[in-house]
Design a protein around this ligand. Structure first.
Ligand code: SF4
Ligand code: SF4
Length: 453
């Protein structure tokens, strides 16, 4: 059933990629046809901070590779239950999407392109970017976070350096878990107002993938990897904005990886196996009194959600002016108002470019005002979103979920497959028959005892 579904999705997607047709070979041959010019003046070409533009055909190839990798990851996680398969697949993705493709285009950063295209009709987004954004979410909705397991180079590079993962207390994990919501909200706000793509700018691993980014970014990447030896996947868990969306999708995933291939025998061997603390234990039975207390607290936190939303919106609206400085027009207008003498500084490229554009100061100030208005509205929405996230997080502490077995937490589980290897239960038909036989016997016995009573 699962392998059939993966095959259908794969072939459907292959059908819709027209660029993979027969003309592709000819198109590819034309990429980088012309060598870069050499200057006699001593000028040297600067090394780019983003990858060289590539032909659309290559982008469709990337999408195909992404689909293939996610399909295989779903197969390894759900059907073959192979950690080894997932591991080798993730190494391939790291090499291809990370070092060869230089981490661009990536699904994490595509959030910003989507936000910009929704708010700026002049921005034309390409189909491959839309696919990079939507396909991992679609796969997650069906199979859990198989994208994080084996396709995302940012996740994989951290996964490969885990040495001795520490257990973090729940309160710390939950608190730090709010950062991705803030990062997601800010990234959308800044992209929607055409200010900046902060996810790309502060991607900690891009410096390592490109081997030529700013020195500070390479240091940041190394720092994350060093931290990741002891705090597993720190970027994924406490920063990744795309992880927020993937978590939402995974919560409703139709087929999700299970620790045991059959029935959980409560041996507890898998309990400590997850480096990301993503295994939920069987729930404890609460006394009637505790249940009542729990219900009361749940109702209080539920009623408090609107308060959090309004509080969040109000607080964020107070910092909209500060946030708007991320937009070049606002930054330049305020700089020139505060320091008019800078107009005479030939070294300041931003100001000299503005002066030579022929725009008047009044025009610049007017544009900056409009941007600030957008930021005011955007900050309110961002604050409400964050207030809602905090409110739901607090309320969720008191949601009672009945669990009989050790199960992966669908939101936090990266489908890495480590825990599966710890489970001593084997998917043999004998075991299943035994289990089925036992439960049938138990049912019979129950029926007999009910009749007797
Ligand atoms: S959480 Fe984010 S960075 Fe980590 S693997 Fe998933 S998408 Fe990639
Ligand atoms: S598959 Fe999920 S629950 Fe199991 S070890 Fe990996 S992240 Fe943890």
């Amino acid at each position: 059933m699962i392998s059939q579904l993966i095959t259908y999705i794969y072939f459907f997607l292959i059908q819709i990629f027209p660029a993979l047709g027969g003309e592709m070979g000819g198109i590819l041959a034309q990429q980088q046809r012309f060598p870069k010019p050499e200057f006699e003046t001593g000028y040297t070409q600067p090394s780019p901070t983003t990858p060289e533009p590539r032909l659309t055909a290559w982008e469709y190839i990337d999408v195909s590779v992404l689909v293939l990798v996610m399909s295989l990851a779903a197969w390894f996680a759900l059907k073959r239950r192979s950690r080894k398969g997932l591991l080798w697949l993730s190494v391939f993705s790291l090499v291809y999407f990370g070092f060869i493709r230089e981490g661009c285009v990536c699904s994490v950063g595509s959030i910003q392109n989507i936000a910009l295209t929704l708010f700026d009709p002049a921005y034309a987004i390409s189909i491959p970017i839309i696919l990079f954004f939507t396909l991992p979410l679609l796969f997650t909705l069906f199979f859990g976070r198989v994208f994080c397991a084996s396709a995302c180079p940012l996740g994989v590079i951290q996964d490969l350096v885990i040495i001795k993962p520490l257990k973090l207390p729940q309160w710390l994990r939950k608190t730090l878990g709010l950062i991705p919501y803030i990062y997601l909200g800010l990234a959308v706000l800044l992209a929607a107002t055409s200010s900046e793509f902060i996810i790309c700018r502060y991607d900690p691993f891009v410096g390592i993938f490109r081997m030529g980014a700013e020195f500070s970014m390479i240091i940041l990447g190394i720092a994350f990897l060093l931290l990741g030896m002891f705090v597993a996947r720190p970027y994924c868990r406490f920063l990744c904005p795309y992880g927020v969306l993937l978590g939402w999708m995974s919560k409703f995933s139709r087929f999700h990886l299970n620790i045991t291939p059959s029935q959980c025998i409560q041996c507890k061997l898998c309990e400590q196996s997850c480096p990301f603390d993503a295994i939920d234990k069987p729930s404890e039975k609460l006394s009637v009194e505790n249940k009542k207390l729990n219900k009361r607290r749940f109702s209080i936190f539920l009623l408090l959600i609107p308060v959090w939303i309004i509080l969040g919106g109000f607080s964020m609206s107070k910092v909209h002016s500060f946030l708007s400085k991320a937009h070049p027009d606002v930054y330049l207008a305020e700089l020139l108002i505060e320091h008019p003498e800078l107009k005479d500084d030939p070294e300041n490229i931003d100001i000299q470019t503005f002066l030579s554009s022929g725009k008047t100061m009044e025009h610049l100030v007017e544009e900056a005002k409009l941007v600030k208005q957008k930021y005011f509205t955007g900050s309110w929405i961002l604050g409400c979103f964050l207030g809602l996230a905090i409110g739901v997080l607090l309320m969720n502490q008191y949601v009672l979920r009945r669990r009989k077995d050790y199960t992966p937490n669908k939101v936090d589980c990266y489908s890495c497959g480590r825990c599966m290897d710890y489970c001593p239960v084997r998917p043999t038909s004998n075991l299943r028959k035994m289990a089925e036989g036992e439960s049938a016997t138990a049912k019979n016995e129950k029926g007999i005892s009910e009749k007797t009573n």
